[in-house]
Design a protein. Sequence first.
Length: 271
Amino acid sequence: MATYAIGDIQGCYSSFMTLLDEMEFNPHKDTIWLTGDLVNRGPQSLETLRTVIQLGHAARTVLGNHDLHLLGVAQGLRKFHPGDTFDDILSAPDSHELLDWLRHQPLLIREDRFAMIHAGLLPQWSMEEAATYAAEVETALQGKEFNEFLSQVFGNEPHEWSNELKGYERLRVIVNAFTRLRFCTPAGKMEFAHKGDATQAPPGFMPWFDIPGRRSIRHTLIFGHWSTLGLIVRPNLYGLDTGCLWGQSLTAVCLDNGKLFAVNCASERKA
C-alpha cells in the first residue's frame, strides 16, 4: 500500500497515464492525491476527469481554480477564457454527472501530518482553522444554492482575511487563498497579478510558504498551481506543479518514503 501525490494534470491525460505506469500504481491497494486543476488548457480534460472518477476511493483530489472556472462556465455564470479546453466535458452525455462529482470535491485533504491544497494557505491560519474555512466553502458549493455561490465567489477583493468577514466576501477570500494564492504579505494580504517564480515577488510580498511564523508550518503541505516555481521539496513542503501543460513534466511523490517520479510532457506542450 502506498500513497502518492501528483501535481496539476490540467487535461494532460496521456502524461497522467504514463506517470501512473511509471509509479506502478495499483488502484486496488494504492491511493493518489491530486493537487487540483484536473481539467482545462490541456488536450484531454474529459478523459482525465472520467478516469479520476472511475478510480473511486483510490483517487482523491482538491479543487483548483480551473476546476471552479469550469463549474462557473457550465452554469452560465462565467465566460469562456481564450485557451479553455473543456468543451468536451460540457458536451459529454454524462456532463451533469461529471460536474456534480466535481463540485462535491474538497478544498483541503488532511491525513496524519500531511495536508494538500491547490494553491496555498494564509500565514495566520492554523491547520484547524483552515479546515474549518474549507468546510464553509464546501458546504456552499455542495448545497442547493450553489449557483448563487458561483455567481458571487469569483473576484480579487477583499485582498486579505479578517475574522469579521461575512457572507460571500468571506467565502471569496477563502476560495482565493486555497485556489489562487502565490504571493502575500506577512499580514496575509494577497496579490494575484504576479505569476513568476519566487524571486519575482512584488515589493512587500513573498511566497506564502516562506512567510515567517506561518501557523501551518508543522504540517507537511502539498500544493500545485505555481508552475513557474518548478519542483519544491523541503522537509515540510512539496510543490508539485512542474509545468506538464507547458511541455515540461508531470511529477509525483510517494508520501510514504519521499521517492519522486516524473514523466516528460513534451507531447502535451501548449502551442
